[in-house]
Ligand binder design. Structure first.
Ligand code: TEU
Length: 562
């Protein structure tokens, strides 16, 4: 696959990954839901953008309680998304264009409709009972009593993380929704079944996996209660489930059983909420053979809780990203992202989607893509797509957002305040349909979309962006080309500049005698630039680029010396 300049490093160090959320990308059959044939029809669009890897969020059979992150059959395609023949065609035709395919691996939990769980639930002595976490009520309590759950843990989607099964009088663990029971990775049969499933997909030509909440698979077997949240009665499970006691053993075993010895080197990226820099050095050290990179959450989970709508201060963002750059400079590797299907749109959260949508989208891309690591582009970010406007809670589809709303109201919060928070950070902002052109429904579907199209699509769409050389789309294409052509972008050392500046994000990348300097004004006010920069100006966005002492709002520049 000859798109990438060969480097003395793994292929993914100068690759760019594009994430597709199949439900919202392109609908080929008019049912209002995107599908695999829709993605197939857009491969030339992706090839033109220049991306190297396509990460597909789940398309497997699922009751869709959490939009596919609740899988009932790992080795098939949900009819709403297509057939196995469709995914085989997608893999083949992507490879013809030099694009690798990475699938979403959701194995911390299954759907409660997966045959494994149906068997496990059927009786206390079923051979698959121990494939999940079943426990009797807390000592001295009867099934269904308040507080009878085996631990006080809260689920990520609100409510207790344990669900009572009336028939057997026992509780099963679900860190996410009750329809997403957690698999018991302590059981070697579970691990072997997952390894077999992964090899099955790799034998079909898939090039790797994005592993969903993979650092939650090893739980503290003592199942201790967690610190109380909001004064209780529920507690935080994180201390007992994040990077648990056997996590490195399980990942090394998976690497041995699935990844090692493969003809083509794979991409294995672990989504890891709560992971630290020190953890990530262990997880991504090639010598330990665990994963290639991780998704850490520090820069997207800023503020006390997820539901804090406040945008992070630039110095906090720089401090966090700077810490990860330096922490993985010698050993390990970073993934670079500002969004995905769980995060609001970057131009709305970190940029200015009202006065400087194009300029801020470009400046954020300049900064993100020129860090050291593998960049991830979430569908629509290359167009500068923004958060949408949902008038009523009924307009939201995301289980996390709807459950949060219900709990907040039950805690006495005012509906308009909660709607205000959802308007800033709901996951549904990332899930509005892709905006392809200015035809009805933005060219996403000929039917009625499962989630409303953002009404700004007549001006914000792929057709208009590709036709306009000064668009966000062309800037993304240029940044991707730069990573392919300039080894310093992939491997250069990173040095943060102006760390205390609340408006300017600046840093250098250096490899041998080549140095790049990136400066960007990440604010909506002009700013003085107190920085002596040497090198030729390679590009400027959002401003004239002529005044060495001032940057226009959201202006970004790249200089090259050597
Ligand atoms: O997300 C894990 C995760 O950490 C999310 O809960 C995230 O913090 C939160 O949604 C941010 O608002 C993964 C998948 O990406 C997500 O879509 C799934 O809902 C979740 O796991 C369960 O599979």
């Amino acid at each position: 696959m000859a798109r990438l300049t060969p480097l003395p490093a793994p292929w993914w160090t100068n690759a760019v990954v594009y994430q597709v959320y199949p439900r919202s990308f392109a609908d080929s059959d008019g049912d209002g839901i995107g599908d695999l044939r829709g993605v197939l029809g857009k491969l030339d669009y992706l090839a033109a953008l220049g991306i190297d890897v396509l990460w597909l969020s789940p398309f497997y059979p699922s009751p869709q309680d959490d939009n596919g992150y609740d899988i009932s059959d790992y080795q098939d395609v949900d009819p709403v998304f297509g057939t196995l023949a469709d995914i085989d065609a997608l893999v083949a035709q992507a490879h013809e264009r030099g694009i690798r395919i990475v699938l979403d691996l959701v194995v911390n939990h299954t759907s409660d409709e997966h045959p494994w769980f149906v068997d496990s639930r059927s009786s206390a002595d079923n051979p698959k009972r121990d494939w999940y976490w079943w426990r009797p009520p807390r000592a001295g309590r009867s099934p269904g009593d308040p507080g009878a759950e085996p631990t006080n843990w809260e689920s990520a989607f609100t409510g207790p993380a344990w669900e009572l099964d009336e028939a057997t009088g026992e509780y099963f663990l679900h860190l996410f929704s009750p329809k997403q029971p957690d698999l018991n990775w302590e059981n070697p049969e579970v691990r072997q079944a997952i390894h077999t499933m992964m090899r099955w997909w790799l034998d079909r030509g898939v090039d790797g996996f994005r592993m969903d909440v993979i650092n939650l698979i090893s739980k503290d077997p003592a199942l201790p209660d967690g610190p109380l949240l909001r004064g209780g009665p529920l507690g935080d499970p994180w201390g007992a489930v994040v990077c648990g006691p056997r996590i490195h053993e399980f990942l090394q075993e998976l690497h041995r059983e699935v990844v090692a010895g493969r003809a083509e080197p794979l991409l294995m990226v672990g989504e890891m909420p709560g992971v630290t820099v020190a953890d990530a050095v262990l997880f991504t050290d090639p010598a330990r053979a665990e994963v290639d990179m991780v998704f850490q959450f520090e820069h997207v989970a800023m503020g006390p809780v997820k539901w804090d709508a406040a945008a992070p201060r630039l110095t906090d963002l720089k401090a966090s990203l700077g810490r990860w750059q330096l922490g993985l400079a010698d050993v390990g590797w970073n993934s670079l992202y500002l969004s995905n299907h769980d995060q609001p749109r970057p131009v709305s959260r970190f940029g200015d989607d009202r006065r400087y949508r194009v300029e801020s989208a470009k400046a954020l891309a300049t900064v993100l893509h020129l860090h050291r690591g593998t960049p991830y582009v979430y569908q629509g970010d290359e167009l500068g797509m923004t958060n949408a406007h949902f008038a009523a809670i009924e307009d939201y589809r995301d289980i996390e957002s709807r459950n949060h709303y219900a709990r907040a109201l039950s805690l006495g919060q005012a509906a308009e305040d909660v709607m205000g928070v959802l308007a800033a950070v709901s996951r549904d902002h990332a899930r509005t349909p892709m905006q392809w052109d200015d035809s009805p429904q933005a060219g996403f579907t000929t039917g009625t979309p499962w989630l409303a199209v953002n009404p700004n699509y007549p001006s914000v769409n792929a057709a208009a962006a590709m036709a306009d050389p000064s668009s966000v789309w062309h800037h993304y294409r240029r940044l991707i080309e730069l990573r392919h052509d300039e080894p310093v972008v992939a491997l250069g050392d990173f040095t943060m500049l102006l760390a205390d500046d609340e408006q300017v994000y600046a840093f250098t990348r250096r490899l041998d005698d080549v140095q790049l300097t990136v400066v960007a004004n990440l604010s909506s006010e002009p700013v003085d630039l107190d920085l002596a920069v040497d090198g030729d100006l390679l590009f400027v966005t959002g401003g004239p680029g002529t005044d060495p002492a001032e940057l226009a709002p959201w202006e970004s520049r790249l200089y090259r010396r050597g």
